[in-house]
Design a protein around this ligand. Structure first.
Ligand SMILES: NC(=O)c1ccc[n+]([C@@H]2O[C@H](COP(=O)([O-])OP(=O)(O)OC[C@H]3O[C@@H](n4cnc5c(N)ncnc54)[C@H](OP(=O)(O)O)[C@@H]3O)[C@@H](O)[C@H]2O)c1
Length: 466
């Protein structure tokens, strides 16, 4: 019934290795680099996806030297691996790619030193594309970019070796700073070379929402207000802020989770069908969905804060930052008219789970006698994004026996049944950045809309009972 969507952005290139380049990680002394980026780059090495001439240069203020940085990263990769061990030969090859330069983010002199190093023989990648990765807290990104821009160190040429920039979420810390950042970026680089990261979009299970909806004929005809009663997204973490109190106390659940991961997952689950899976087509559809979200009202929210939050390091003793939110959204378009979207998101909840459920309406007519048998259990399709990734379709069935009784039953699918391990989202993020595939990143106009939505939500949290 539907013409096929071209899943061309990544799959057609999936067997190519990456473009030769050097990746500069600003904030290389931090949590993200240690926990996610370096382990993911090591995993790409193991898969044979890094070019021979590919170097990684960590840059940060914390004084360090390359030898010690390599040792620290060896520990980080071991910690991140399930076996806790490193393959000696593989590590040897990978660690020779790692370098470290100490410097200040807002000093032109440091920037020049960094670029002298990149151009030198020690870096081993003098003529490759430079990929800048901002693994920095949001407030440190703008001064770093301004210094890069002002220092005129960046080779601002176009074509095959034009520089590329990857920026972590959250993008800015409020609507004004996000706007300022976008304006600065527009002066620095073409939009096609800017990758605003949301690692959630790189999860196989999130990407699978597109496959589920548009590569199967049976779901899409039911995916609308005629058949769906509600859409429910739960994004629960069982851990607290885990040492990131300073960042989290400013961001809260809205900026940390809702205005980025939650909106993106909802958009992929509910947007109209794109013409193709390329970056622009996806972004246009997602934007259309964001724009159809009706303005939120006070009664649409419940905010909460986990017990003990204000005793976390670097969290203000009287902080009122919410760590939990329940939210009802309405979507003003033909497909979703009258269907509520319920979101629950937060930290330190009883169990870790991210799941989107399409709750269908009860069957419109019933052939059985007795009310108890009719509308007994409306169908629900739950798509588990993490952990125990998979899908479950619930339906009514006749209970075994001589009486007419109904039971709820499930059809279950687990990704693990397919036999291969799901890659870490950061492997995909980094590989797409290295190869130049922009399909799974935020575009500027999507981000402005999402930041506006976050702002609307945070207005309600100020002065709200927690
Ligand atoms: N950690 C995660 O799991 C995770 C997951 C998703 C997204 N992110 C995002 O990734 C970015 C980095 O996260 P992170 O956890 O690595 O942060 P982080 O550890 O707090 O900071 C990274 C590095 O930035 C430098 N830095 C910290 N505060 C600074 C400041 N006020 N001014 C200038 N530099 C400062 C520090 O390096 P030096 O002092 O050595 O310069 C620090 O090691 C953030 O935007 C975060 O939201 C993180």
């Amino acid at each position: 019934m539907f013409p096929a969507i071209r899943m061309n952005t990544n799959e057609s290139h999936s067997h190519k290795t990456s473009t030769p380049c050097v990746m500069v990680i600003f904030g290389a002394s931090g949590h993200l680099a240690r926990r996610k980026l370096i382990p993911a780059l090591y995993a790409l090495e193991r898969r044979g996806l890094l070019e021979e001439h590919f170097s990684i240069v960590g840059f940060a203020r914390t004084p360090n030297v390359t030898a010690r940085f390599r040792k620290e990263m060896a520990d980080a990769v071991s910690e991140a691996s399930s076996s806790g061990r490193l393959d000696a030969a593989l590590w040897q090859r990978f660690s020779s790619r790692l370098h470290y330069v100490t410097g200040e983010y807002d000093q032109v002199e440091s920037c020049r030193r960094l670029h002298e190093f990149l151009a030198g023989a020690d870096c081993g990648c003098a003529r490759g594309r430079i990929l800048y990765y901002m693994a920095l807290p949001p407030r440190a990104v703008e001064p770093t970019l301004r210094t890069l821009y002002d220092s005129r160190c960046i080779p601002w040429h176009k074509g095959a070796s034009a520089p590329r920039l990857m920026i972590e979420k959250p993008f800015g810390w409020d609507a004004a700073s996000a706007c300022r950042l976008n304006r600065l970026l527009a002066r620095m680089l073409p939009e096609s070379q800017i990758y605003r990261i949301d690692h959630y979009l790189a999860k196989d299970t999130v990407r699978n929402l597109l496959v589920l909806r548009f590569a199967n004929a049976i779901f899409e005809p039911l995916w609308n207000c005629a058949h769906v009663d509600s859409v429910q997204l739960t994004a629960a973490e069982d851990v607290g802020v885990e040492g990131r109190g300073a960042y989290y106390d400013e961001a809260g659940v809205v900026r940390d989770y809702v205005q980025n991961h939650v909106l993106q997952v909802l958009a992929l689950a509910a947007m109209e069908r794109p013409e193709s899976a390329d970056a622009q087509a996806l972004s246009d559809r997602k934007l259309e969905f964001f724009e159809s979200i009706a303005p939120v009202r006070r009664g649409d929210f419940v905010f909460g804060q986990y017990r003990g939050y204000t005793r976390e390091p670097h969290v203000a003793a009287r902080s009122r930052t919410p760590t939990f939110l329940a939210l009802r959204l309405r979507v003003n378009n033909r497909r979703w008219k009258g269907v509520p979207f319920y979101v629950r998101a937060g930290k330190r909840l009883p169990r870790k789970v991210t799941e989107i459920t399409i709750q269908f309406k009860t069957a419109p007519t019933c052939v059985f006698d007795g009310r108890a048998l009719c509308g007994h259990a409306p169908n629900a399709l739950s798509i588990r994004i993490q952990p125990a990734e998979g899908m479950r379709l619930s339906f009514s069935t006749k209970a075994p026996g001589l009486d007419d009784e109904l039971r709820r039953a499930n059809l279950d699918f687990r990704y693990s049944q397919l036999g291969a391990e799901l890659p870490e989202a950061y492997e995909k993020v980094l590989l797409d950045g290295i190869r130049g595939h922009p399909g799974l990143f935020w575009q500027a106009d999507e981000l402005s809309r999402a930041t506006g939505f976050g702002l609307e939500c945070t207005r309600f949290w100020t002065g709200c009972e927690i």
